[in-house]
Design a protein around this ligand. Structure first.
Ligand code: NOJ
Ligand code: CA
Length: 663
């Protein structure tokens, strides 16, 4: 044990009683956690440097029959340790990640006759703190119901919180809003706060297994309290013998952009458990998809069905011609009706193809052209129906040589009963992920629970939607331009997102009147860098890509990175991200703005200072913005070095994408 690691000090509390305070500092001492029992109740506080972030806050649970499991404790033991390891991501936004923290484990026991034990594990990192509860097997055999979690985060200062609501019909597919912490209702995490103290904070959870997701509720002042997503009967968590909660995390940064390059969530997950991950390599994919969303095609069998053998062949030809290798085909199976999302979900088959779609033939045709299909299961949240057939469905994909499955969960409740985010849903999404691994399938979830870093343990958990994606631009009032400048600081902190970027015809001329993408085509290009995911869709129709010089950027941009740097940004306004390709010496840059046009000056000091690069620049053409000639992309080339400074002009709702090719 390092002497500086754990400090225990005796101080007098308000009643003048001496209590022992245990202090845990992060390796460089940036963040500190203090723990003490106050009148037998566990309390913790957090500070960053001289700034108090969380003032003494509650811990523990309320069990069935109003049993209070948050007080009447004594400390049995306090253990501390330190950990420092650099590990490699199989794929990711950064290859090597350092996991460096100091840990303090506090073992508590209740003094009452139940003598329940509770362990609280604290970790202090230089980019934040985390704690979790472990309820070990008790002396007498025990099943418990958690009725409420008592954990609070008493924020010292108010701040601007970027939030989406929790427990609503459209799950997490909402537009972010910003409000003072003191006015929040119940919100989902990651919850990012620009604190009045000047710090940027993000509250989330890591390694969520067999527990309910946490949401945050404001009941009083600037206090946030954990509100676990309940089962239909109101119970929050059903526990058999023992439980380990997810890590409750607070990422702490001096500026919001630094939250994005914090790997705390991944570090709090277990190392890779899969012996074989070779079946998945990051890629970009086209799809018979946007056509359905804009009303050109139907999901169901009809004269305008999208997923026909004929269309599939055309899409495969296009994919191969443009030098890509992956294709998603939605609506390929039996069970789709125009009313599919209105209680017709029990009709989906996961093994039988639609009459005019021959899956064997299509897969075979793809193989000849070097194009692999992605599997696709829409469950409609009817898991009773899905789980009956899941093994056959996965086995079919394995037999056909398909290695990714997109699984959708449209619906407000799973089985029309349980929230996606409750313990039932958490267990379902983990069960399917583990099962997919048995069939060598990588998983892309839509309408899923939030990401809590599962990809470290299961690198077949490749991406998920879990936010409002591009689809909303096809059939609703759409996503306002600031959405894309908010999500890097909020939703994307939890992990990869299948946003489905790459709409070139942003006015969606073949779509529903008045519906469109609220941004420019150059901005769509930049999204491949500002949004991280190991698979990225090129969501537009083939005819909108054909012959467009900007398609070259999508050919060049990778989806697997050596490293990531966020060069500038303000939440909801703009962001510029640079990433280095994992498999070449090239760097890529994406810069996007909200509705406001912007001029940015970018230092190229991230480039190798001994090299020269050709900057291939895809920018908004002169005068281009969301409503003026939005698809005009000006492509130019420039020789640059690390010592150079680049001036970017982004039109309103615009962007710039750059490839820096080492020459
Ligand atoms: C919603 C998903 O987000 C979208 O990608 C999919 O096409 C539809 N559901 C149908 O499954
Ligand atoms: Ca969706």
């Amino acid at each position: 044990m390092l002497p500086a690691l754990l400090l225990s000090i005796s101080i007098s509390n308000a009643q003048g009683k001496k209590t022992k305070v245990y202090e845990l500092a992060s390796p460089e001492g940036k963040n500190k956690i203090q723990f003490e029992l106050v009148n037998s109740a566990p309390k913790y506080a957090v500070s960053h440097g001289k700034t108090l972030v969380i003032t003494p806050s509650d811990m523990g649970f309320l069990l069935k029959n109003n049993e209070n499991f948050s007080t009447d404790f004594e400390i049995v033991k306090v253990e501390n340790s330190t950990f420092d390891e650099t590990w490699e991501q199989v794929w990711g936004e950064k290859k090597k990640i350092r996991n460096h923290y100091n840990q303090m484990v506090v073992k508590l026991q209740q003094k009452n006759k139940e003598k329940r034990q509770l362990e609280i594990q604290f970790r202090a990192f230089d980019d934040g703190i985390a704690f979790r509860y472990v309820y070990p097997k008790q002396v007498s055999k025990d099943s418990i119901f958690i009725m409420d979690e008592k954990t609070t985060f008493n924020l010292k200062d108010d701040g601007k919180a970027w939030w989406i609501p929790a427990n609503r019909v459209d799950r997490d597919e909402y537009l972010f809003k910003d409000s003072p912490v003191s006015t929040l209702d119940t919100v989902l995490t990651p919850l990012t706060i620009e604190s009045k103290s000047g710090l940027a904070l993000s509250f989330h959870e890591a390694n969520l297994v067999d527990f309910a997701s946490m949401t945050l509720v404001n009941n009083t002042g600037t206090q946030l309290k954990i509100d676990l997503v309940p089962w239909a009967d109101g119970v929050k968590v059903r526990v058999k013998d023992s439980f380990t909660s997810s890590w409750r995390t607070i990422q702490i940064a001096e500026k919001p952009t630094d939250l994005i390059t914090s790997y705390l969530i991944l570090n709090l997950n277990e190392p890779n458990k899969l012996a074989n991950t070779s079946y998945f390599k990051p890629y970009k994919y086209f799809g018979i998809w946007w056509g359905m969303h804009i009303g050109k095609y139907s999901f169901w069998e009809s004269p305008k069905q999208g997923a026909t053998t004929e269309h599939a062949k055309q899409y495969i030809d296009f994919t191969a011609k443009e030098g890509f290798h992956n294709l998603l085909i939605e609506g390929w199976n039996k069970g789709w009706t125009p009313d599919w999302y209105k209680n017709k979900m029990h009709m989906f088959s996961f093994t039988k193809s639609a009459d005019n779609f021959d899956i064997e033939k299509v897969v075979e045709y793809g193989k000849q052209k070097g194009v692999e299909l992605m599997g696709y299961h829409e469950t409609g949240s009817n898991l009773i129906n899905y789980l009956k057939e899941i093994d056959e469905g996965f086995a079919l994909y394995k037999k056909l040589g398909i290695h990714t499955v997109k699984i959708g969960h449209v619906g407000s409740k799973l089985n029309m009963k349980e929230w996606h985010f409750g313990q039932f849903g958490v267990n379902y999404f983990r069960y399917v992920l583990e099962k997919a691994a048995q069939y060598d399938l990588a998983v892309l979830y839509h309408e899923s629970i939030k990401d809590t870093g599962e990809r470290r343990t299961y690198p077949n958990m490749i991406s998920r939607e879990a936010a409002r994606g591009q689809e909303y631009n096809a059939w609703s009032e759409g996503n306002p331009p600031n959405h894309l400048t908010i999500i890097p600081f909020t939703r994307l902190l939890s992990g990869p997102m299948d946003f489905t970027p790459g709409i070139f015809d942003v006015e969606v001329k073949q779509g529903y009147p008045g519906r469109r993408v609220h941004g420019t085509t150059a901005q769509q290009l930049a999204l491949y860098v500002t949004i991280y995911a190991p698979i990225q869709m090129m969501a537009d129709l083939p005819e909108n890509y054909e012959g467009k010089p900007a398609l070259q950027f999508l050919k060049d941009v990778p989806t697997d990175w050596e490293t990531t740097k966020v060069l500038n940004g303000e939440i909801g306004q703009y962001i510029t991200t640079a990433r280095k390709d994992k498999n070449s010496e090239d760097w890529f840059l994406g810069s996007i703005t909200n509705e406001k046009a912007r001029d940015l000056t970018i230092s190229l000091s991230f480039l190798d200072d001994k090299a020269t690069y050709e900057a291939q620049i895809y920018a908004d053409a002169d005068g281009t913005d969301e409503t003026h000639n939005p698809s005009a992309v000006a492509i130019s080339k420039k020789t640059v070095k690390a010592s150079d400074v680049l001036k970017l002009h982004l039109g309103g709702a615009g962007g710039t994408a750059i490839r820096f090719k080492k020459i």
